[in-house]
Design a protein around this ligand. Structure first.
Ligand code: SAM
Length: 207
């Protein structure tokens, strides 16, 4: 990842969401982006120029725009019409960002549009977040990685955030994903955690 001093940045056209510029680079704010928060609070996945990424829950393109600055192509799935309008504008200025208006829980809707990817990033804040990720692992190449941004309050408000965190990790492991990192992002995003997994070369089971 690119840092100027200890500030995380990406190289690309600025002005997407009023982000600060630093020495010609776009400052990637951990308070605005959970993925940036992961790079501050933990290790995350190194984004590289040859990488293909499937991004679920793209919203208006804040984080997606930074990811697109680093990688070869990003397939960005979003189902809400309003953020999609903003996302289309962001995509208009970036040749490697493919906006897809679809429901991430129904990957068959966009299967014809997406190739095998090296990384899945998922930030949909839904009760069945983990199951949605597992379903989308059909697009993940063996040995590829996935990052789940877990909003514990969206999963089950009757359980403590710690319980939801533990159960989600267990569920992903039971689906055949290897957990390589799990970290709370609370210093930047309350009740949010990041879980980084790897798909075994032999694949994962699907629900
Ligand atoms: N990842 C974004 C960022 O960092 O800039 C923020 C994402 S926001 C927390 C969650 C987004 O996921 C919302 O825009 C919501 O419309 C979208 N979303 C929720 N469920 C979805 C689903 N099943 N399919 C596609 N998008 C979904």
């Amino acid at each position: 990842m690119i840092r100027i001093g200890d500030v995380l940045v990406s190289h690309g056209e600025g002005g997407v969401y009023g982000e600060r510029m630093l020495a010609g680079a776009r400052v990637w704010d951990p308070f605005r982006s959970k993925l940036a928060a992961l790079y501050y609070a933990g290790t995350g996945v190194e984004l590289t120029p040859g990488m293909r990424v499937l991004y679920l829950g793209a919203a208006n393109g804040t984080t997606v725009s930074h990811v697109a600055d680093y990688v070869e192509v990003v397939y960005a799935v979003e189902f809400a019409p309003r953020p999609m309008q903003d996302l289309l504008e962001v995509a208009r200025r970036r040749k490697n960002l493919v906006p897809i208006m679809a429901d991430a829980s129904r990957p068959e809707q966009y299967a014809p549009l997406v190739e095998a990817v090296d990384l899945i990033y998922q930030d949909v804040a839904q009760p069945d977040q983990a199951a949605i990720l597992v379903r989308n692992c059909a697009f993940l190449r063996p040995g590829g990685q996935a990052i789940l941004m877990l909003k514990t309050r969206s999963v089950d408000v009757r359980k403590t955030p710690e319980e939801v965190f533990r159960e989600t990790i267990a569920g992903l492991a039971a689906a055949g994903l290897e957990i390589v990192e799990s970290v709370w992002l609370s210093q930047f995003h309350q009740d949010h955690a990041a879980i980084v997994c790897t798909k075994h070369p032999v694949g994962v089971s699907h629900e």
